[in-house]
Design a binder for this molecule. Structure first.
Ligand code: PLP
Length: 464
């Protein structure tokens, strides 16, 4: 087990169960070093007690909406036809990658949740983004009498429905992948689609959208500025629906609906999750909506037996900053701090995670159930991207590699071992399941991906 990312905190504050976590390495965070923050020792309720009115019933309703739309989706997207219109990814055993990452068998089994290969959008954004477009289309069609409750949703491809959608606009602000998901789904239904892109969005993502007839508006600023500009423009147009990545419950529930499906996949693989068999889930995090929704859904199902960790770039740790805000010793941080306040610059090759400020909605929903947040250097992302390809032929983008650092952070750092000790988990590790959620990659162009691989290979070879 590599401990290269160990932070400079003392080894442990006592033997066995310790009630208080080790002091957090704030200096390391500010210096851009990889760090792990873990939640306090108070018993985690497992279910977000203070959640603003969402529950398992909402997740069930979201699953039912996916089911209603499946026949339509199978018709709109040829790649979904063999899957009867279901947008889902595999849960993959990855023994060679596990070995290459140095995770010993007696510490549990590593699985990859392969959202990098999610059809239609090529990233985890298919879950939230497409769900919100469908929910909006459903509401419009019902309101205009083009759909009866319980009716055949394939009727939404009719000329009358498309004419209705063509009068309406769907807009979004994005670093890239959310724009891809929303733009592709909205334009397939016949909506006018506008994507506000931040300066760090990749050129190929803009081009892919323009080829589909999506209007791409480029902004010189960061992700938060692109969202604000889109939000302003949309507010002036009553026929425009703005998908608000920082505030949308529809997005959040789209992500959360991954949880019951994952539970079925775990069962099919014979992986138990209970007190004797902890589940660790490592989720790349931008604003926190995607990992937040997934973590929320898993907590509803597994309660305290699931331990969700968010993974962020060392220079964009907005969710970690959000978790520190309002806690003792971090009074200098505002209520919704940005990474710039920490002296960090939000520059990372992980464009899906290049977010300066967390979603307050996601933070509120997730705070009671989150196990921890850790940060990863870009070079490690590239090294793991290369490792995923060379061991298991997984084609992932840099953002999607962030979860692969999870097992080493948990088992190979003082803060991680302290977390396991505080929760009495060390003896349970042989029965543990670790899931690295690989969140994007399918549509990365070949030349771009070749550059990623080369950079990963260089990062893996010993420096002269
Ligand atoms: C958007 C994105 C994430 C994180 O989702 P947030 O909702 O922004 O936290 C992770 N990985 C990839 C590839 C993404 O595009």
């Amino acid at each position: 087990m590599s401990a290269s990312s160990a932070s400079a905190v003392p080894e442990s504050n006592s033997i066995g169960k310790t009630p208080i976590p080790l002091p957090f390495d704030l200096a390391g965070l500010k210096a851009g070093r990889p760090v792990l923050w873990t939640a306090g020792a108070e018993p985690r309720p497992g279910i977000a007690a203070g959640a603003p009115g969402i529950s398992m019933a909402d997740i069930e309703a979201t699953l039912a909406r996916w089911d209603r739309f499946a026949p339509l989706l199978a018709g709109l997207f040829p790649e979904l036809e063999p899957h009867c219109g279901v947008i889902e990814s595999g849960l993959l055993p990855v023994p060679r990658l596990q070995q290459a990452l140095g995770l010993p068998e007696e510490a549990g089994a590593l699985l990859v949740k392969a959202d990098h290969a999610l059809p239609v959008a090529g990233s985890v954004k298919a879950r939230g983004g497409i769900h919100e477009v469908l929910e909006h289309a459903e509401a419009l069609a019902l309101r205009h009498g083009l759909l009866a409750p319980g009716g055949d949703y394939r009727g939404l491809a009719s000329p009358a429905a498309r004419a209705l959608f063509a009068r309406h606009q769907v807009a979004v602000g994005s670093t890239g992948n959310l724009g891809l998901a929303i733009g592709v789904a909205a334009s397939a239904l016949g909506f006018r689609a506008v994507v506000h892109m931040s300066a760090d969005a990749k050129e190929w993502k803009k081009e892919r959208l323009r080829r589909r007839g999506v209007e791409v508006v480029e902004h010189a600023g960061d992700y938060a500025e692109a969202v604000a500009a889109g939000r302003r423009e949309a507010a002036a147009d009553p026929l425009c629906h703005f998908v608000d990545d920082e505030r949308s419950l529809s997005l959040f529930l789209g992500y959360a609906s991954a949880a019951p499906r994952l539970a079925r996949q775990l069962q099919a693989l014979g992986r138990r999750v209970d007190a004797g068999h902890p589940l660790f889930v490592h989720l790349p995090c931008g604003v926190g909506g995607a990992p937040g929704g997934i973590a929320f859904g898993l907590a509803q199902i597994y309660g305290p037996h699931v331990h969700c960790f968010f993974a962020e770039p060392t220079r964009s740790p907005c969710f970690l900053a959000q978790m520190l805000a309002g806690t003792p010793g971090h009074e200098q941080l505002g209520a919704n701090p940005s990474v710039y306040e920490l002296g960090l610059d939000n520059r990372t090759e992980a464009d899906g995670l290049a977010v300066p400020r967390a979603s307050e909605l996601a933070a509120a929903l997730v705070r009671p159930l989150l196990a921890g947040v850790y940060t990863v250097e870009d070079e490690t992302l590239f090294r793991h991207l290369h490792l995923a390809a060379s061991t298991e032929e997984l084609r992932i983008e840099p953002s999607a590699a962030a979860g692969l650092s999870g097992p080493a952070m948990l088992l190979g750092t003082p803060a991680g071992r302290d977390y396991l000790a505080r929760h009495g988990l060390q003896e349970r590790m042989p029965g543990a399941t670790h899931i690295a959620w690989t969140t994007g990659g399918l549509f990365v162009p070949d030349e771009e991906y070749a550059r990623f691989l080369a950079r990963g290979a260089a990062a893996a070879s010993p420096r002269p």
